[in-house]
Ligand binder design. Sequence first.
Ligand SMILES: NC(=O)c1ccc[n+]([C@@H]2O[C@H](COP(=O)([O-])OP(=O)(O)OC[C@H]3O[C@@H](n4cnc5c(N)ncnc54)[C@H](OP(=O)(O)O)[C@@H]3O)[C@@H](O)[C@H]2O)c1
Length: 386
Amino acid sequence: MSTNITHAGVAIVAPRAPLQIIQVPDTKPSAGQVLVEVHWVGSTPFDLHQADGGLGVTPPQILGDTAVGAVVEVGEGVEHLKVGDQVFGFLPPVHKQAAQQEFITIPAHLLGKVPQNVKPEAAATVPSSFVTTWHALTSDLSIDLPYPKPADYTPPNASAPILLWGASTSVGQYVLQVLKHYGYTNIPVTASPRHHDLLRSLGATETYDYTSSEDLARLRDVLAQHGSGERVKVLDNIGSVEGSMEPLSRITPPGSLVAVLLPVIKTHAEQDRAPEYTLDTHSLVNWKEGVQTVGVRTHFYEANEVLKRDLQPLIMPELLVQGVITPNKTRVVEGSTLLERAQNAIDILRRRERVPDEKVPSLAHLSDWESNPAFARTTANHTRNE
Ligand SMILES: NC(=O)c1ccc[n+]([C@@H]2O[C@H](COP(=O)([O-])OP(=O)(O)OC[C@H]3O[C@@H](n4cnc5c(N)ncnc54)[C@H](OP(=O)(O)O)[C@@H]3O)[C@@H](O)[C@H]2O)c1
């Protein structure tokens, strides 16, 4: 139920227009929901797809799908969270439940408790990529990841090839750690050579430079040797017509299963050019005979009741505590106001900016809301105002 108290949020007001702060009503949590005071926000390419490409946006719309914060009120029937818990989660990118606002009222199953061994700003980088990893592997590629992992578990097709295109991406790094943990033993990857050592340490079994035609010819031959008994599974972590799908269509053997992270990018967003997206994973390139493609839509992961119940509240925090996954390197986005930090994060994503000597991709993050006095609002105030 909406109240007459309002809070600030960062909003998309038109495609490619500067972001704006708007006021939105607080909502009291109903059964199964919690109210969270947001402290950190993870910025992902999806933010750019929304801000520049208008993907699923009806302006003005609050931005962001990943948040870290403190629970300030708990609705009826919520058992795994209490007031004061520090939580993190991958949220639906819809106006009311989006991440970049001071307070969010959301279903409790979208949140897990931030483990003590993870800093909050690093925690803000995990949920979007981790949920994508689990959903893509289990729902789109039918790869077994039983949880908890049984003792002495060996996957049924442990040595069947699973190719990761763009393994150094935020998602790719979690995919590798999860596959290694479950005992998958045949994981060729593509990435820039400067990331090959890191990716081998995370679980890649062979590394190829996606800009080298010799490397791609070698990879094509290696995949072709696997024969018809073992279907090659591919995760395209890039989803670009020219950058990933076109080269993949040349090296992926007939009959393979290819999952592509959506949206498929036809034209990347630039400072002076609008992006172009499509959801078509099949007809824009010439896949070989029998290749099946599927578009990964992580925001639908809740369709699986077990994942809905366990993935964010249980599996994500536990794997961090056990050290099965570690957060990717974190970059905190600077700016003197909340709006400036939000805009800077979008600009960094648009420029595809990388720190030159950085060993792994960095994710952009907004700073703590409370570090900006204009938007400071304590839990105590919030309760008293109501
Ligand atoms: N549908 C979904 O559920 C979903 C979920 C998450 C992400 N995504 C999408 O997945 C894409 C990647 O997201 P992200 O956050 O993981 O990206 P990211 O961390 O920003 O990835 C950047 C890295 O991608 C690599 N790369 C760029 N172009 C490449 C190419 N043509 N081939 C291979 N590698 C390339 C580069 O690695 P090197 O330095 O090794 O060259 C670069 O460092 C985005 O478009 C995003 O929207 C979709």
